[in-house]
Design a protein around this ligand. Structure first.
Ligand code: CMP
Length: 140
C-alpha cells in the first residue's frame, strides 16, 4: 500500500553536508519527498517528539544531541514507505547496520546515527502530524 513515513536527517548528518546524498537514496528507492523543512529543534520539541523514550536511560543524551544543531525533517511517500525507509537507514546502531545503508555509510554512534524514521504506519501518522500541519504536505 502507499504509505507515508517521517524522516529526520539528524544534526550529525546535516553538519557533514550529506542532505543531498541522503535525499538521492530516498528518491532512488522510489520514495517521494512530499514535505520538508529545516529547523533547529527546541528542547520541548525534541522531548515531545521522543516522549515514548522518556523513561529510557539514553533520553537526555538523545535530546541533547537532537538540539545540538539544525535537522532536516521530511515526509516520504511511496509503496511500503515505512519499511522501505527503515531498510535504507539500516540498524539503529551504525556498528550493526548493513553495508550500504545510510547509517553504515554516514553515522558514527547510536546517538549520532544520522537519521530517524518512523517504525510503524500508526507512529508515522503521529510523527507527521507533530511536525507538519496537513496543509504543508504536498502529495501528487
Ligand atoms: P531514533 O530512530 O531517532 O529513535 C530514538 C533514538 O535514540 C535512536 O534513533 C538512537 O539515536 C537513540 N538511542 C540511543 N541509545 C539507544 C538505545 N540503546 N536503543 C535505541 N535507541 C537509542
Amino acid at each position: 500500500a502507499i504509505e507515508r513515513t517521517l524522516s529526520i536527517i539528524k544534526p550529525d548528518a546535516v553538519a557533514k553536508n550529506v542532505i543531498g546524498q541522503i535525499y538521492s537514496r530516498f528518491e532512488g528507492a522510489g520514495l517521494k519527498i512530499v514535505a520538508s523543512r529545516m529547523t533547529q529543534l527546541s528542547r520541548a520539541d525534541a522531548e515531545g517528539f521522543y516522549a515514548a523514550h522518556k523513561e529510557r536511560g539514553f533520553f537526555k543524551d538523545l535530546v541533547d544531541f537532537m538540539v545540538s544543531g539544525p535537522v532536516m525533517i521530511q515526509v516520504l511517500e511511496g509503496e511500503n514507505a515505512v519499511l522501505a525507509h527503515r531498510d535504507l537507514m539500516g540498524a539503529t546502531d551504525p556498528k550493526k547496520a548493513e553495508k550500504g545503508t545510510i547509517r553504515a555509510d554516514f553515522a558514527e554512534s547510536i546517538d549520532a546515527n544520522a537519521v530517524h524514521g518512523s517504525d510503524a504506519v500508526e507512529a508515522a501518522a503521529v510523527e507527521i502530524a507533530y511536525f507538519f500541519p496537513a496543509l504543508n504536505v504536498y502529495s501528487r
